[in-house]
Design a protein around this ligand. Structure first.
Ligand code: ATP
Length: 228
């Protein structure tokens, strides 16, 4: 059984952000959530992260055979890098609750540095001094420090130069190859289609379409954007 949201609605205060959304995530997949600003992508990621209660509908929160919901980590759109903390401390924030032994913590930081070698030389630098691309890498690295089974990534393309975006997407591919299930909210469909297996179109709080990515990879950008 996949993780599943079945005709859910939710929102903030009195504001309805999601009205009819149905989606499923199989273990090991990379699933895209594509839509314009305000369509509800971030809200769906928060539901998948267990951060928002449902108003209506049902949620199947476990994969087959699992005794609990998968460990999820959300990489927020704005990256949320603490400007006065060093890069290393920013990374460690991802596991501050877990009280890891220092050898284990070091192993996990090394793994993130293996993924993003350019961060290795800037561990002592203040977060506020990083470029947009470096901040994005720290934000992803921090989420990975918790070794999530489900990585929820909110619009990693925003504000990144094409070359940096390519690096970030390539590293997400590696994270997936290492066994992490990924949900990717994006507006940049041409870039996201390189990574996702399947995607949903989210429009005005509803999932209006579900497609296999392979059927769309050769389409031109204009045709792709017409979908959302
Ligand atoms: P974007 O790409 O702009 O982040 P999105 O597709 O991720 O858009 P959401 O952020 O999920 O969309 O927003 C869905 C709706 O919920 C929007 O109408 C938005 O204004 C509203 N919303 C989001 N966060 C809050 C909040 N904390 N309080 C009130 N309304 C919110």
């Amino acid at each position: 059984m996949p993780l599943r949201l079945d005709d859910i609605s939710t929102g903030y205060g009195g504001h309805v952000a999601i009205s009819h959304a149905t989606l499923s995530i199989e273990r090991g997949e990379v699933v895209g959530l594509f839509g314009h600003n305000g369509a509800g992508k971030t809200t769906l990621l928060r539901v998948l992260a267990g951060q928002l209660p449902l108003w209506k509908g049902a949620r199947e929160g476990r994969w087959d055979g699992a005794s609990r919901a998968p460990l999820a980590a959300l990489v927020p759109q704005d990256g949320l890098v603490f400007p006065t903390l060093s890069v290393e401390d920013n990374l460690r924030m991802g596991v501050w609750r877990q009280r890891l032994r220092s050898a284990e913590l070091r192993r996990r930081v090394e793994h993130v540095l293996d993924l993003f070698p350019q961060l290795a030389g800037m561990l002592k630098r203040e977060g506020g001094l990083l470029s947009g691309g470096e901040k994005r890498m720290v934000a992803i690295g921090r989420a990975l420090l918790g070794e999530p089974e489900l990585l929820l990534v909110d619009e990693p393309s925003i504000g990144l130069a094409p070359a940096t975006l390519e690096i970030v997407m390539e590293r997400l591919r590696r994270v997936h190859e290492e066994g992490t299930t990924i949900v990717l909210a994006e507006q940049n469909m041409p870039s996201a289609l390189e990574l996702v297996d399947r995607f949903y179109v989210v429009r005005q709080g509803e999932t209006v379409r579900e497609e296999q990515a392979g059927d769309f990879r050769d389409r031109d950008a204009r045709e792709l954007y017409a979908l959302i």
